[in-house]
Design a protein around this ligand. Structure first.
Ligand SMILES: Cc1cc2nc3c(=O)[nH]c(=O)nc-3n(C[C@H](O)[C@H](O)[C@H](O)COP(=O)(O)OP(=O)(O)OC[C@H]3O[C@@H](n4cnc5c(N)ncnc54)[C@H](O)[C@@H]3O)c2cc1C
Ligand code: SF4
Length: 480
């Protein structure tokens, strides 16, 4: 432990965010990288508990108390070595992870948790600043060829691990640039794409081959894939969006979140958008359907595009701001989350049912909603009753459906390979991440269902361990 009395002397302090009125005018990162001295001071709050719950709260098993201690003492390089041993993309989790670890921090029982995520970011950014994060090409190659399908965090972590083990890795990506949802889902104001490109540059130098604009199952057949490679990792994500079966759904102006966000991210990257297909919120009344993180990203993006008004609607009631007996420490609590986008503008409405999209000449103009009465919810019935006479309408030129994702697309590659699916429609694997098809493995959202970046990285790492063991008889790659 850095300072045994650190948690008594130092209060929790987060880094700075650019003022909302300034940042909403651009797509630059909302947060300012905090000073190293502040990370050192904040690290002193870590109590190095006998049982560090934070460590098990992190799906990667990040060695949090250990690197907090090293940061406090200014041993940044050693901290970087420890962090890099468990996390392939700390510069990404350090920016976008919801910090599951912090909810299980022991200090959080009666004080504010240690700022683990920001400490993590401090370590990796110190590493890049001091040129400690450099390409290290494997000394020996095994001669085994592995195809990774999909370049989101699961595929990237899997590829990095297997490349370190000396295998030859080809990552296939159907989009024109690698990154998956890190590039085309998460907006630049949360994760600027130069951060991703910086890491991809290192991996390319280390010998990972990226073949973009290649949809496996279409450009390359499933059979050709199996013939060419000794093992395959399916990490294609889970992108089948959940739709709303509501009258008027076919009106123009209603889009799935990813249709909007991926185009917005391409626009920010300087790509030209065909005039007919442009989805631009400028001067529009926007309704975001879904109160989660994807909805918040749509809200922040619409505000940046100059929307006239943005309303975010959620069917569930407003969550509590503090833990309740039903969500005791150290469980991850479902609390009210106010993101940086919420601080920038827009209106949030809870416990709302959307009843109908209405418009004229085939274009959306308004949405008919009603309020739900959760106090009269019958546990045996899934939906609560409406509050009588609570119907109201919201002006809407654009509506973005952010109702989550069902499962990966089954048609094409997955059915051609003959993999089986679990009850939720995700790719089913054994404990060793292998599907029912010999030498074909799966990881990330495609296997686990829609989740988080940190889980995708953890899945990719575990899958790499099992692929390596399958090919070599044993593996020295960590299982996490
Ligand atoms: C808008 C949005 C915001 C999010 N924000 C956060 C956040 O802030 N923090 C967080 O922790 N999580 C966030 N998430 C969740 C997180 O991004 C995902 O859980 C994570 O990216 C899943 O990683 P993955 O590698 O499994 O899949 P993906 O990132 O979806 O990558 C899969 C890749 O596979 C490619 N692919 C699919 N099929 C083929 C094929 N046949 N051939 C070639 N390529 C193929 C796809 O094009 C894609 O690039 C967000 C999700 C969304 C939608
Ligand atoms: S990856 Fe997420 S859960 Fe793990 S230590 Fe970092 S912030 Fe915490």
């Amino acid at each position: 432990m850095g300072d045994p009395r650190g948690f008594l002397k130092v209060k929790q302090a987060h880094g700075f965010y650019r003022p909302a009125c300034e940042r909403v005018k651009d797509h630059e990162p909302v947060s300012v990288l905090r000073a190293e001295a502040q990370s050192q001071e904040q690290s002193s709050r870590c109590m190095d508990c006998g049982t560090p719950f934070c460590h098990s709260g992190c799906p990667l098993g990040n060695l949090i108390p250990e690197w907090n201690d090293l940061v406090f003492h200014g041993h940044w390089e050693k901290a970087l070595t420890l962090l890099s041993a468990t996390n392939n993309l700390p510069e990404v989790t350090g920016r976008v992870c919801p910090a599951l670890c912090e909810y299980s921090c022991v200090l959080g029982i009666n004080d504010d948790a240690v700022t683990v995520r920001e400490n993590e970011l401090g370590i990796i950014e110190h590493g890049f600043k001091k040129a400690l994060v450099v390409a290290r090409t494997p000394k020996q190659r095994t001669g085994r060829k592995i195809a990774v399908i999909g370049s989101g965090p699961a595929g990237l972590a899997c590829a990095d691990q297997l490349n370190r083990a000396g295998h030859s890795i080809t990552v296939f990506e159907r989009d024109d640039r690698p990154g998956g949802l890190l590039r085309y889902g998460i907006p630049d104001f949360k994760l600027e794409k130069r951060i991703l490109d910086r890491r991809l540059g290192i991996w390319k130098k280390e010998g990972i081959e990226f073949r973009t604009g290649v949809e496996v199952g279409k450009t390359i057949s499933a059979n050709a894939l199996l013939k060419t490679f000794d093992a395959v990792c399916l990490a294609g994500g889970s992108r089948q969006p959940r739709d709303l079966a509501i009258p008027g759904r076919d009106l123009q102006g209603i889009y799935f979140a990813m249709e909007y966000l991926s185009q917005a991210n391409r626009r920010v990257a300087g790509e030209k958008i065909a005039a007919g297909g442009s989805i631009d919120a400028k001067d529009k009344n926007v309704v975001v359907i879904g109160g989660g993180d994807t909805g918040s990203d749509c809200l922040g993006t619409a505000l940046r595009q100059g929307a006239a008004c943005v309303v975010q609607i959620e069917v569930l009631p407003k969550p509590p701001v503090a833990r309740t007996p039903a969500m005791p420490w150290p469980r991850y609590p479902l609390l009210l989350k106010t993101t940086t986008s919420h601080e920038e503008g827009g209106v949030r409405e809870w416990a709302i049912r959307i009843k109908e999209f209405k418009g004229t000449s085939g274009r959306l103009e308004k949405i008919i909603c009603s309020r739900l009465d959760y106090s009269r919810k019958d546990e045996r019935v899934s939906a609560p009753p409406e509050l009588p006479g609570s119907d109201f309408e919201v002006k809407a030129d654009l509506a973005f459906i952010c109702a989550g994702f069902l499962h990966p697309r089954h048609e094409g590659l997955l059915t051609d390979l003959g993999v089986v699916f679990d009850q939720r429609g995700n790719v089913k694997t054994g404990e060793n991440f292998m599907t029912c098809v010999e030498k074909v493995f799966s990881a990330g959202d495609m296997r686990r269902g829609q989740s988080l970046v940190v889980w995708a990285i953890a899945e990719g790492r575990r899958c790499a361990h099992h692929i390596d063991a399958y090919l070599m008889g044993e593996s020295s790659l960590p299982e996490v």
